[in-house]
Design a protein around this ligand. Structure first.
Ligand code: GUN
Ligand code: ZN
Length: 436
């Protein structure tokens, strides 16, 4: 029940800082820990013995030696691309034209949008993701569908109408004026309602005229509590195209910066091929770079500089980028982030990966005080992770000498079978096929 207090026992993962900034020791696992949840909120976190003694009458759920941790936070997704994930053989621009735009066209039908929104959210919940920040399509009803489906599941989500007024097919273009008007109407309807946050969403510079970018920059200035999301420097061909479309601009980031679309609440997906000026400006403004590792390998985009960017103090979130990304699972996404960092000579520690997939992404979304950590006062979005979910993982974790060796095989080889339970606002979400 959401309202009744409940004590969850297990191995409890907590953060006492940012492991990239403060060192690995700030990420802790209490092997005999507990969290007290009441009214959708985490009330206390501590040793199981202590909390059991302090709350003798409270209901108890014992998760044994499973890892109880914050729900995953996926900082960049396209829920409308759910049904065309894993489409073969194209690079970014051809992939958009061949697969993505035709699928997004179908969202002119609100019933289709509602069906895919429900399907997407159930898929991510069964993968342990409790918050996603999504692009919708140009259709305002596709935003309503997503927020309505999320509200039905009491999920904290962020999303916005994707704006495009050029270089997209008929039926998938708005205008500078309608993008502003529709986004503003949606923002008024949804931003801060329940657990919804509206995100101003120009798709990327190639599909927006300067007039549209300017209009959305003005909207953001009028509503500075909103996030703004877009794409930046994903593929080199894309960058060449941007420079041809905007010959007066210094670089790709400039096409956003000049129109008021650079700021601390800005989320820049991919951000792989950055020039020094772009890195400097992104850091100075406190903007968030969203790493989408399965997408970057699947579409062939390049290797994100996790080490250099985190050392320089950039805000970095982690994301699946479905359906450019090839998985709904943040476990698979952490594995891909590990592999990409390896290719660049840096071995990301399991503590860093878990932080990126939860508190790191929550921080990118400016939601770190609400979600992404097990701490008193945070919303009770958490998951129970089986560290021996398959025979292959079990035989490896049986050899583990410490908790990080026990967790790492699940990060590298785990999938939705590792997610024993997903709790949203304190309430367990039924697994597929299970009644509520
Ligand atoms: N750039 C512009 N639109 C998209 C999209 O839908 N997916 C990815 N990966 N990159 C984009
Ligand atoms: Zn994207």
């Amino acid at each position: 029940m959401t309202g009744q207090p409940c004590l969850h026992l297990g191995q409890i993962l907590t953060f006492d800082g940012d492991p990239f900034r403060d060192g690995l020791d700030v990420v802790r696992v209490d092997s005999a820990g507990a969290i007290l949840v009441e009214g959708g909120t985490i009330r206390s976190v501590g040793a199981a013995d202590t909390l059991l003694a302090a709350h003798p009458a409270v209901a108890v759920v014992d998760h044994g030696d499973a890892l109880v941790m914050p729900g995953f936070v996926d900082a960049h997704v396209h829920y409308p691309q759910t049904a065309m994930i894993a489409s073969w053989g194209k690079r970014l621009i051809d992939w958009l034209n061949t697969y993505t735009f035709p699928e997004e066209m179908r969202f002119a039908d609100p019933d289709y949008a509602a069906a895919i929104a429900a399907r997407y959210l159930d898929l991510i919940l069964s993968n342990g993701t409790t918050t996603a920040c999504s692009f919708a399509t140009i259709h305002p009803a596709s935003v309503d569908a997503f927020f309505e489906a999320a509200a039905a599941r009491t999920m904290r989500v962020a999303a916005g109408k994707t704006c495009m007024d050029r270089n997209a097919p008929d039926g998938l273009r708005d205008t500078a004026r309608s993008a502003y008007d529709d986004s503003r109407a949606l923002l008024t309807r949804w931003h801060g309602v329940g657990r919804a946050e509206y995100v101003i969403t120009p798709r990327f510079s190639p599909t927006s005229t300067p007039e549209q970018l300017e209009a959305l920059g003005a909207l953001w200035a009028e509503h500075p509590s909103c996030l703004m999301q877009t794409h930046l420097s994903e593929q080199t061909d894309e960058i060449d195209w941007v420079m041809a479309l905007f010959p007066d601009m210094r670089d790709y980031l400039d096409t956003y910066e000049r129109f008021g679309l650079l700021g601390a609440r800005g989320l820049y997906g991919h951000a792989i091929h950055l020039h020094p000026r772009e890195r400097d400006r992104l850091r100075e403004t406190g903007a968030a770079l969203i790493h989408c590792p399965t997408s970057n390998t699947f579409i062939g985009s390049g290797l994100f500089d996790m080490d250099g960017l985190t050392r320089a103090g950039h805000r970095v979130g982690l994301a699946t980028d479905t359906g450019g990304g090839s998985s709904f699972s943040m476990l698979r996404t952490m594995a891909a982030a590990y592999e990409i960092a390896q290719l660049r000579g840096r071995s990301l520690h399991p503590a860093e990966l878990l932080w990126l997939a939860t508190q790191g992404s929550a921080t990118a979304l400016h939601m770190q005080d609400r979600i992404g950590a097990l701490a008193p006062g945070r919303e009770a979005d958490f998951i129970v992770l089986d560290l021996a979910s398959t025979p292959a993982i079990a035989q490896r974790s049986a050899r583990a000498r410490d908790i990080w060796e026990a967790v790492f095989p699940t990060i590298m080889m785990g999938d939705d079978r590792a997610i024993l339970a997903t709790y949203v606002a304190g309430k367990r979400h039924p697994r597929p096929g299970e009644s509520a």
